[in-house]
Each structure stands twice: as C-alpha cells, then as structure tokens.
Design a protein around this ligand. Structure first.
Ligand code: EPS
Length: 388
C-alpha cells in the first residue's frame, strides 16, 4: 500500500492516488468527509478555514461502495482557488509586485528557495503548506475504514497547547474515553470543561500576533501482535510511525509510549512485565512501551506522543527578524492571515498517518488482493496468537 499526493495550497485542487488497496473493501465518502471536517475544526484556526469546506470526490478505484483493487484517486477542491487564479496560473507571466521575497524564520521559505532556485518564495510555500495534510487525512480515512473492519480503532487528543498541559490530569482516564471526550472539546482535549482556559490563551496569543504549539497523542487499540518486524531497520514499526509523524508540517518531536521519560528509569521500572491467562493468552498490565517491542506490535495499544512547534507565520504585531532575499535588507517577518494554533487539527492528521502506517503493516503481513480472504486470515491469526 502506498500513496502519492499532489496539489498547491492555493491551486485548483489537492489529489491523492492510493495504490495497493485490496478489492472488496467497503469505502464510504461520508466517512472520509467526516474526517476532513474534523481536521478543519479546532479553536485557533485562521480565515482560510472559513473559506474551505473540504469534501472528497472519489475519481477511481471504487464501484458501488467497494474497492476494485485498482488505484483509488481522491480529490478535494480548494474553494480559495477562485481568488488565486491569476497568482497561481499554470501559464502566462507572474506579476512582479506579487512576488514573495521575505522568508519567515522557521519556515521552508529560505532553504526551499535556495535549494530549488526560486526568488519568488511562493513557489516553496504553496507546497510546504499544511494544506497538503488534507489529502493525507482523506487517505488515512480510507485506511481507517480498512482497520475498523478488523477491530483496530484509532483516536487522538491534545495534551497541551503552549504552556497549559493536561498530561498529569488525564493519566487515569482510559485511552478511548480521552478520545471520546476530546471529540466534544473545541481544542480536542480530554477535559472539555477546561476549554475556556485554552481559548483565553489562544485569544491572548492572537491579540499579540503570536502563534502557539503543543503536544498531542495518537493511539490505536485492537492491534494484533506481530505487525512490523525486528529483522531489518526499515521494517521496525516504531521507526516507521516516528517517520510518519515527523513528516507532518511543524512537528519537532515524537515519543512512543513513555518515550524520553523511560531514559530516566531503572530497567526494572521501565519494562512491561509479561502475564498469561487462558482467555487472553499473553498480556501486560502496564504499557510503557506504547504497544511496540523490538519494532513489533505486542498486542497492547500503540501510543504515540508528538510535539508541534508554534506556526512560523506570525501576525502583524509580533514579528521576528529576517532578511529580504533580493535587497538583503533586514525586515520584520509578519503577515496578515494565518492560524494562531493548529494543534487540534494536527492531532487528526496524526491519526491519519498512524492509520496509513498500520494499514500498510496489516497488508504486508496478511496479503493484499482480496479483502474477504485477508479478513479471514486475520481472524485465524488472532485465534492463533491467543492460543500460542
Ligand atoms: C498555512 C497557512 C494558512 C492555513 C493553512 C496552512 O493558509 P492561508 O495561507 O491560505 O491563510 O490556513 O492551512 C490550510 C489551508 C489547511 O487546510 O489546513 C501554511 O502556510 O502552512
């Protein structure tokens, strides 16, 4: 299973082609659209989200609601495109005065411009933009439908935004309950009763022209033992998940399970002891490993924690020093339209990335032609792991 996506932030549309999906898998556009709108929500988004109402169009690979085993093409149109037809035209000449020559600190603008030889930095930012995550979420929604059909459920929630962290306060809430509660929170935290505190923080940041980062967690439950492998570095599932998360725009840190805090423990405190009973087979009572040992799933929930830096686009009143690429004169990097924070949206993108990696790992292990056969094999395998 692999996918490619394409599209510029202010171009006509975003597209993705998924290759390697088995046949006979039920796909619903409504499910995909629900995921797309989850990504668009969250307090702290800017003006662009008022313009877009992301809806998927499935252009190939699905007939009467089921996959054909052929490539699936997904498309989401950019509503904002109609305001950019001149600036983003495929042919003709650019208007000189519309060139972007002020690189933002923390953004792909400058290294991307140097690397690709552009003196109009729009050529970089159009593709570097997190608008691209729209199709990742659409692809992830297809993968989620595959996973849900075999009892693997994925969820996420925000743990902190800026200086406010709920990490210690949510410890005793079970994973799936954290997720359920986050679904009704405007900032996607498991404690919606504290939304007001976060909203005030975000409002303050907006007034000051600031932006805010944060931390979210993504989990998967119902995962069978044995996805990923210890036998080669690029088949280790923890490594693949970390890469997938880190590839999301603005992510700067990834931990699996207890992550960095394991580094401070003795071995006897860190590892999850092994138990067995007739019903469940082997199991653990703790999950500090985050569901992965030796690069292989161990049957416990997969838990990933991801740290996002503040968005590099700052608004008028707060700016960072930078240098114009043409005049070489210093200027203050600031803009008018951006998000104050997108941590709640990033959590939804994290779910999609985890879904994609897990769907890949499932199909690697169980084959990828006909979903009906694959499902049967998975059921047999689950029985085998219980009896092992
Ligand atoms: C983004 C800048 C903003 C965000 C955008 C990501 O867009 P604009 O430049 O059009 O105001 O709203 O996010 C999305 C459009 C989205 O769908 O998430 C950036 O520069 O990364």
């Amino acid at each position: 299973l692999r996918f490619l996506n394409a599209g510029e932030s202010h171009g006509p549309a975003l597209t993705a082609i998924i290759e390697g999906l088995p046949s006979n898998l039920r796909i619903s556009s409504e499910f995909i659209n629900r995921e797309l709108s989850r990504r668009q929500s969250g307090y702290g988004r800017g003006g662009r989200m008022k313009i877009e109402k992301d809806r998927v169009e499935i252009l190939s690979g699905v007939r009467f609601g089921y996959t054909l085993g052929s490539p699936v093409t997904l498309m989401v149109r950019n509503k904002d495109w109609e305001n950019w037809t001149d600036i983003m035209a495929v042919e003709g000449q650019p208007t000189e005065k519309k060139e972007i020559t002020n690189p933002r600190p923390g953004h792909a603008d400058l290294p991307g411009g140097i690397k690709y030889g552009f003196h109009d930095l729009r050529n970089v930012l159009e593709r570097a933009s997190a608008r691209e995550t729209t199709t990742r979420v659409a692809v992830g929604a297809v993968c989620k439908q595959l996973l849900e059909d075999i009892g693997i459920r994925i969820g996420s929630y925000v743990v902190s935004i800026g200086e406010i962290s709920l990490r210690d306060r949510i410890k005793d809430i079970p994973l799936e309950e954290r997720f359920e509660k986050a679904e009704s929170s405007e900032v996607r935290t498991p404690l919606p009763e504290l939304d007001q505190e976060f909203k005030e923080l975000i409002d303050r940041a907006r007034e000051e022209g600031e932006s805010l980062g944060g931390v979210f967690e993504v989990f998967a439950v119902g995962v069978p033992v044995g996805l990923g492998s210890h036998v080669h570095w690029d088949r280790r599932l923890d490594g693949r998940i970390a890469q997938a998360m880190m590839s999301i725009q603005a992510m700067k840190g990834v931990e699996i399970g207890e992550g960095f805090s394991l580094a401070e423990m003795y071995g006897s405190q860190a590892h999850d002891e092994i138990f067995w009973d007739k019903e469940r087979g082997f199991y653990h009572r703790t999950n500090r490993a985050g569901g992965i040992e030796g690069g292989i799933t161990n049957g416990e929930p997969i838990l990933v924690r991801v740290g996002m830096k503040p968005i590099p686009t700052l608004m008028r009143r707060k700016s960072l020093r930078s240098v114009n690429i043409k005049t070489k004169q210093p200027f203050d990097a600031a803009k008018e339209r951006s998000d104050v924070t997108a941590v709640p949206a990033a959590a939804v993108v994290g779910e999609a990335m985890l879904a994609i990696v897990l769907a890949q790992a499932v199909l690697e292990k169980f084959g990828n032609d006909n979903w009906i056969d694959i499902k049967r094999r998975i059921e047999e395998y689950r029985a085998y792991t219980r009896e092992f």
